[in-house]
Design a protein around this ligand. Structure first.
Ligand code: BDR
Ligand code: CA
Length: 319
């Protein structure tokens, strides 16, 4: 059974790998891509998404630009832990791919998300792997979205350690009110893939060489993008190994086709939106005697070997 999805991205390097995975895997039907401000400003997350789809021959997938800033906070929160285009920047303003030929779709992200969910009730999985501003905006447009979407798979959050701050992971930190809205909206199934899982699914330089050896556009792009990530993580010391890096967002698309690639447990998760030092923290109630009903399936484990095998298999394909 082919699974329909919409990917909501702030393309960046790992978003790009997730887009290629969703666009090329035979068990997935990527209906559209929606873009949001995050790793880089909206104009670049949109341009980068178009670059990826053009490069792998999937220009038929439309890219719908969304929110250029968070739903409540002012400003355009960008990662603060590294300066853009520095050697610690695992994304870069523009991805290392040819500029796009395709143009953004004229229908905006929130409108597109609502229309698609209404046209295909119960059939479309939402996969946001950036700040949750577009999903929150879609909920504000159509609160009935929670009855139309069977599952939301979110790359975001952290329990053991943050990345943007000691307390918070970037996607949640960049728009905490949006994340709080989405996690408390009442979607029937929310699968949260936090840093605790993505840092257990590292992709190494040896894996990069195997991707490059595929000789396909996706293999070439994935190798280039992950190589950039490994180099930036090595400088920043953010990964457990100097020769590997997490590819956070792609773990969400891998989960859609092989759920066993992550290990989850039901947890009640809320988002801190006020604390000066803790804003954006996903507060996970892991107490054994907790009586708070879980609202998410949270991934705390991942199978790196299976994840890399899936990347290799899907990126051997051409559109
Ligand atoms: C998340 O933040 C971004 O840098 C990545 O694209 C990923 O979605 C990881 O914290
Ligand atoms: Ca992302």
């Amino acid at each position: 059974m082919v699974r329909k999805l919409v990917l909501d991205v702030d393309t960046g390097s790992d978003d790009a790998v997730a887009i290629m995975f969703a666009a090329l895997h035979p068990d997935l039907d990527l209906l559209g891509v929606t873009t949001v401000n995050g790793n880089v400003p909206l104009v670049h997350t949109t341009d980068n998404s178009l670059r990826v789809l053009d490069f792998i021959g999937r220009s038929d997938v439309a890219v719908h630009p969304g929110l250029a800033r968070p739903i409540v906070r002012h400003g355009f929160p960008a990662p603060k832990r590294f300066s853009r285009d520095s050697d610690r920047d695992m994304h870069g303003t523009e991805l290392p791919l040819p500029p796009p030929v395709s143009k953004p779709h004229e229908v905006g992200a929130a409108e597109y998300l609502v229309r698609t969910a209404r046209e295909l009730p119960g059939e479309v999985t939402l996969v946001p792997v950036g700040p949750l501003s577009n999903i929150a905006a879609a909920l504000a447009l159509a609160p009935d979205l929670v009855e139309l979407v069977p599952e939301v798979v979110i790359m975001g959050g952290a329990h053991h350690f943050g990345n943007e701050t000691p307390a918070a992971e970037f996607n949640i930190w960049a728009d905490p009110e949006a994340a709080d809205m989405v996690l408390s909206a009442g979607f029937p199934k929310v699968t949260l893939v936090p840093l605790d899982a993505t840092h257990k699914a590292l992709v190494s330089t040896a894996d990069v060489e195997r991707l490059r050896a595929l000789g396909t556009p996706a293999g070439e792009a994935a190798a280039k993008l992950v190589e950039k990530r490994i180099a930036a993580y090595a400088v920043a010391g953010e990964a457990a190994r100097p020769d590997a890096a997490p590819v956070h967002d792609a773990l969400c698309t891998a989960y859609l086709v092989r759920p066993e690639v992550i290990g989850t447990r039901p947890v009640h998760v809320t988002v801190e939106t006020r604390g000066d030092r803790t804003v954006g923290r996903t507060v996970m109630d892991l107490r054994s005697g907790s009586t708070t009903p879980p609202n998410c399936d949270v991934a705390f484990d991942a199978d790196a070997a299976l994840f890399n095998q899936l990347l290799l298999t899907v990126f051997a394909r051409r559109a």
